[in-house]
Ligand binder design. Structure first.
Ligand code: Q9C
Ligand code: ZN
Length: 349
């Protein structure tokens, strides 16, 4: 039997964004979202050229980016291109959003579009974030057209914390939503499964009132963990979207066994009920036991099993890279996940 080569999208200019530090817990910390994260994933996948087909994406159009995001975000990131070469610009005024006249060309106004102090702007944020979104769009186009049943976007910077007009959580454009919007051209009903350790607040907000997109997220309990203000089980969507947001917060220490119990009891059943035509996975690996900022204890074989369980759903699936900060094990965790996914997936029809 011929094994399929999984299409993987990545562009080297995604490595040009280099945030130096973040402000958290009253301290200046070295930034966890490093370029070596993406480099290590790339290396791990390049080691198996028979399984992974690494390709360059076409650039995403500004029209596509601004159909999802407030155009001001793109203007602001472009304005940041004038920052000094290794500068890391953190907004320091986060205004209450009424009675504001924000100018996205003015970096002093960056805080209007930002919700935390961990997501600095650099002179190359625009380039890297636009290529990251391009990877997500192209991976989704591949699946949308039916050319592949599965694809993986090696997105970096990540995306799931970014909403229509806010960046934060190391995210600038919402890559998973970019992928979802592309898939929507061919599929009426979609699911987005977010397995990053942190709640995907940006993705949730984009689809909170949308009944044709099921957003499902398993994450560290926001009573304890970032992003604190969302991801509680009581958030279930609103208006026409009531019931199509499902939040599954789990206490810290969660291991593979506990994780898979939630997965089979809650995730699989919800997907069976909703019957989406395609799936986007916000694939974060900060649930790993040695992750410096996550608090679950998943091990590398658990990522393979998680891939297998998602593959068994046999939905057309686009995986979008999100977090994962144990840099030296990130490549093998991603590879284990994708290997599991490919091994159980059966194209339907
Ligand atoms: N030093 C993603 O995984 N900061 N974003 C927590 C830790 C925010 C993580 C403080 C974490 C955001 C895509
Ligand atoms: Zn995360």
């Amino acid at each position: 039997m011929k094994t399929i080569r999984l299409p993987v999208y990545f562009h080297h200019d995604q490595l040009k964004h280099k945030p130096m530090y973040e402000w958290a817990f009253g301290k200046r910390l070295s930034h966890p979202e490093t370029t070596s994260r993406a480099e290590n994933i790339l290396t791990a996948l390049q080691e198996q050229p028979d399984r992974f087909d690494i390709r360059l994406p076409d650039p995403i159009s500004l029209a596509r980016l601004t159909a999802l995001h407030n155009p001001d975000l793109a203007v602001l990131y472009q304005a940041a291109s004038s920052l000094p070469k290794h500068g890391t610009y953190c907004p320091n005024v986060f205004p209450k959003r009424d009675h504001c006249a924000p100018k996205p060309t003015d970096l002093n106004h960056a805080g209007f579009y930002c919700f935390d102090s961990g997501t600095p702007l650099t002179s190359t944020t625009w380039m890297a974030a636009a290529w990251s979104a391009s990877c997500a769009r192209q991976a989704a186009e591949q699946v949308s057209r039916g050319t592949s049943a599965l694809s993986y976007a090696l997105c970096r910077p990540p995306g799931h914390h970014a909403s229509r007009d806010l960046f934060g959580g190391y995210c600038y454009f919402n890559n998973a939503a970019i992928a979802a919007e592309e898939l929507r051209r061919s599929h009426r009903r979609l699911a987005i499964l977010d397995i990053d350790f942190h709640h995907g607040n940006g993705t949730q907000s984009l689809y909170y009132r949308d009944k044709s997109v099921l957003f499902l997220s398993i994450h560290g309990d926001p009573r304890e963990f970032y992003p604190y203000f969302s991801g509680h089980a009581k958030e279930v969507g609103e208006g026409p979207g009531k019931g199509t947001t499902i939040n599954l917060p789990i206490p810290s220490g969660c291991d593979g066994q506990e994780y898979f119990r939630v997965f089979s009891r809650r995730v699989v059943s919800a997907l069976k009920r909703f019957r989406p035509g395609a799936l986007v996975v916000s694939a974060g690996f900060d649930t790993y036991e040695k992750d410096p900022i996550g608090a679950f204890t998943l091990r590398t074989p658990d990522f393979q099993e998680l891939g297998e369980r998602i593959g068994k759903l046999s939905l057309p699936t686009v995986c979008v890279q999100e977090g994962g900060y144990c840099t030296d094990q990130l490549g093998r965790n991603v590879r284990a996940f994708l290997t599991g996914l490919v091994s159980t997936h059966r194209r339907r029809g």
